[in-house]
Design a protein around this ligand. Structure first.
Ligand SMILES: NC(=O)c1ccc[n+]([C@@H]2O[C@H](COP(=O)([O-])OP(=O)(O)OC[C@H]3O[C@@H](n4cnc5c(N)ncnc54)[C@H](O)[C@@H]3O)[C@@H](O)[C@H]2O)c1
Length: 353
């Protein structure tokens, strides 16, 4: 039975209302609600409204500060360091990528690290900002240590996503990938639905491959590309955690530990295209490359060749037309939060389902 679908505006309004009731100002509530609902609309429910109850509990129990403002700690030529002051991660990350884009406007590149932040949602959001400002963007973050080093079974490294975005004449190229074969959130969703996890996604706690969702939740996600994904996760943590002064490795706090600050770190790089060649020439060259890739003969029965970002952009188009899918279980957790916050949350009329 597919999840019911709701108008994007209705879900966004509900999330904004809950975030404001928890203490966020209007702008922050809109930013965070927008990020979560966009993830649901993009087919990434593991980073959508399913996260909102944790965000609200973290504000209530002290892990995040809804009223905090991120601030610049230092700025040196094309670089800056941001202290997130434990504001919600999306607020910190948007502040920092805005700064990176501004620095790139002056120096051609801008590199910004953040410390004292938390889960920032989908990394694509920040490189999309850069691509929209005539830049190639890179964004990465560390995350709590759910992954074991390659060859080990002790969780101590995050499934640190890396995103790279660049404009095209159409939708931007948006590569946004966690470094496991599949994000742990996707494994948890399958477990909640009582479904097995696909082969190769996870091991049990002893490092033995499993498709049993409960074993996988208690166990370890598998690195994308084996030792290569593992190496990239360390590289992401060097930029996000070690360099920024944030937590790193096993010291990054877990999102469900609501009373504890996460000490997450992020890294953002904006590279101005017109420092290298004219944006028109870049677009012509890159569109040529993308067009050539799309023209490849597809594998039998696979439809067509895609570019990173296409899957999510097609999902957003479907969500705009048919509504954003949201499980009844997630909606009922939002109702519980509304009850705790003492506000009334009316379930919007589903568009379908
Ligand atoms: N904030 C955090 O701590 C954190 C941690 C982990 C993951 N995440 C987020 O979780 C989300 C999901 O990550 P994921 O790794 O599961 O994503 P994914 O595996 O669904 O997609 C990874 C990338 O591959 C592209 N892609 C998918 N199918 C393709 C195809 N057939 N051809 C070409 N490209 C294709 C997608 O467009 C995307 O850019 C991301 O937004 C990520 O930022 C966040």
């Amino acid at each position: 039975m597919p999840d019911p679908r709701f108008a994007q505006g209705d879900l966004t309004a509900a999330a904004e209302m809950l975030l404001q009731a928890a203490g966020c100002n209007v702008e922050d509530a809109a930013l965070v609600a927008g990020s979560l609902v966009r993830a649901d609309a993009s087919g990434l429910p593991s980073h959508g409204l399913a996260r909102l109850p944790d965000y609200l509990k973290r504000i209530r129990e002290g892990g995040n500060d809804a009223a905090a403002r991120p601030e610049l700690v230092s700025e040196h030529q094309a670089t800056a360091v941001v202290d997130g002051n434990h504001a919600l991660g999306q607020v910190v990350a948007t502040f920092a990528m805005t700064k990176a884009i501004q620095l790139a406007g002056v120096y051609g590149v801008g590199a910004v690290t953040c410390r004292r932040s938390s889960h920032f949602g989908s990394a694509a959001d920040y490189v999309r900002m850069a691509a929209g400002a005539g830049c190639i963007g890179i964004a990465t973050t560390n995350a709590s240590g759910t992954m074991a080093p390659f060859g080990g079974i002790t969780p101590m490294l995050g499934n640190n996503p890396i995103a790279i975005g660049a404009p095209t004449g159409d939708e931007p190229f948006l590569l946004d990938m966690a470094l496991s074969v599949a994000a742990k959130g996707k494994i948890r969703l399958l477990a909640a639905q009582g479904e097995p996890v696909p082969d190769g996604w996870a091991t049990d706690a002893r490092g033995r491959p499993t498709t049993d969702a409960q074993e996988a939740v208690a166990g370890l996600a598998t690195w994308m590309g084996g030792h290569k994904g593992y190496g990239l996760a360390i590289a992401a943590d060097v930029l996000s955690g070690v360099l920024s002064g944030a937590g790193f490795g096993s010291s990054v706090g877990a999102q469900p530990e609501h009373a504890r600050t996460q000490e997450v770190g992020h890294f953002f790089l904006a590279i101005r295209i017109d420092s290298f060649l004219s944006p028109a020439e870049f677009t012509e060259r890159f569109d040529g490359m993308v067009g050539e890739l799309r023209s490849s003969e597809p594998v039998d029965g696979s439809g067509s060749v895609l570019i990173p970002g296409d899957v999510e952009s097609h999902q957003r188009a479907a969500s705009a037309e048919q509504g954003v899918p949201l499980s009844t279980a997630v909606w009922s957790r939002l109702e519980d939060e509304a009850h705790t916050l003492g506000v009334s949350l009316a379930r919007p009329e589903p568009v379908t389902g």
